[in-house]
Design a protein around this ligand. Structure first.
Ligand code: AHN
Ligand code: ZN
Length: 336
């Protein structure tokens, strides 16, 4: 063989190789179409998360304008700081559905690697509902909800993730946002007309219109709402499917890879008015809601929702584990 044929053969091989490498890169950018890889992530400790639920409950119901709410807010700030997060608070007076009650609200924003350009948002509300207005016994409607599941569970999963990120530092940034005043929506017994959907999620509505940093653009957001209830599973919530279908796909495929597909069935749930709606519609950040969908029983959120039974007795650490391990895996998969 003469040298020019050898040279052109080598050149052809090199060009072919670089095209293949290029093809690989192209498919990587399509993200969700591809099976998620499992990059090494910390092991989510369900007992630690469970204790973070109990710690919040021990303050009492964290209803806005109460001492329990103030003390728990201070606890959350101190806890996130102790895990190395930079904490910013939005303290704002928000008006409740009645047009009168002024809620002294606090959105608590805990940032890991605040200077990193590539970021993810993880959020949950931390306030409790002032009235157990879905309780089977109407004598309980005026009592506050303890909110072990409906609030404390999502914040507990975020605290555990913040604790773990310190043990295996990330290059990307993560913002954990504890939204306030989510659960002060129109009571079920109020039957006068109003657009009741805007009476929920007051803290996230405020944040979405006034983000804590200028031009805040995380890749995507994940909302955790009621992620510790016994017997719950998480269907693909419909606003999440409308606004962030690729992120839904990523989360549900990651859960399946980890062996949690029984907690994350691939069917679609309904449209849920929740904190991810203002995040999507006002802040324009694609955000998925991980929220229970019970097919049986009076409420799709489960038997303890807005009842006096939403307590630590009805929290299942295995549910916290399935959600926490899945979300921390999604975070570490993005760490490149
Ligand atoms: C409605 O009931 C319209 N949305 C439920 C949002 C919620 C309340 N999440 C927890 N508590
Ligand atoms: Zn609620």
């Amino acid at each position: 063989m003469n040298t020019s044929i050898i040279k052109s053969t080598i050149l052809f091989a090199l060009v072919l190789c670089s095209c293949m490498a290029c093809g690989n890169k192209m498919s990587k950018h399509q993200g969700a179409q591809e099976e998620p890889k499992l990059i090494k992530a910390p092991v989510f400790n369900a007992d630690s998360a469970y204790k973070f639920v109990a710690d919040q409950c021990n303050f009492g119901p964290r209803v806005p304008n109460t001492e329990a709410h103030r003390r728990c807010g201070d606890y959350l700030v101190a806890k996130f700081k102790s895990y190395g997060a930079t904490v910013v608070e939005q303290k704002v007076d928000l008006t409740a559905y009645d047009g009168k009650t002024v809620l002294k609200a606090r959105n608590i924003i805990a940032s890991i690697n605040p200077m990193a350009a590539k970021r993810l948002l993880v959020c949950a509300h931390w306030d409790c509902r002032p009235w157990a207005d879905n309780d089977p016994d109407s004598a309980n409607w005026c009592k506050p909800v303890m909110g072990a599941n409906d609030a404390a569970s999502g914040v507990a999963v975020m605290l555990e993730m913040a604790r773990l990120i310190q043990t295996q530092p990330l290059n990307i940034g993560v913002d954990f946002i504890c939204f306030d005043a989510e659960d002060y929506g129109l009571p079920q017994w109020e039957n006068y007309y109003m657009d009741s959907s805007s009476s929920w999620c007051l803290g996230s509505q405020y944040w979405a219109a006034h983000p804590h940093v200028y031009d805040y653009r995380p890749r995507f957001g994940i909302l955790l709402d009621m992620v510790g209830g016994m017997g719950c599973t998480f269907s693909k919530e419909s606003y999440s499917m409308r606004f962030a279908p690729q992120v839904v796909d990523l989360i549900w495929k990651t859960a399946a890879k980890l062996g949690y597909s029984q907690f994350f069935p691939t069917r679609e749930g309904g449209y849920i008015t929740d904190d991810h709606v203002p995040v999507n519609e006002i802040a324009r950040i694609p955000c998925v809601n991980i929220v229970p969908y019970f097919t049986e029983g009076p409420s799709s959120f489960g038997p303890t929702w807005h009842t006096v039974y939403d307590d630590i007795e009805h929290i299942d650490p295995n549910v916290l584990k399935a959600v926490g391990q899945t979300v921390i895996q999604v975070i570490y998969n993005e760490n490149q």
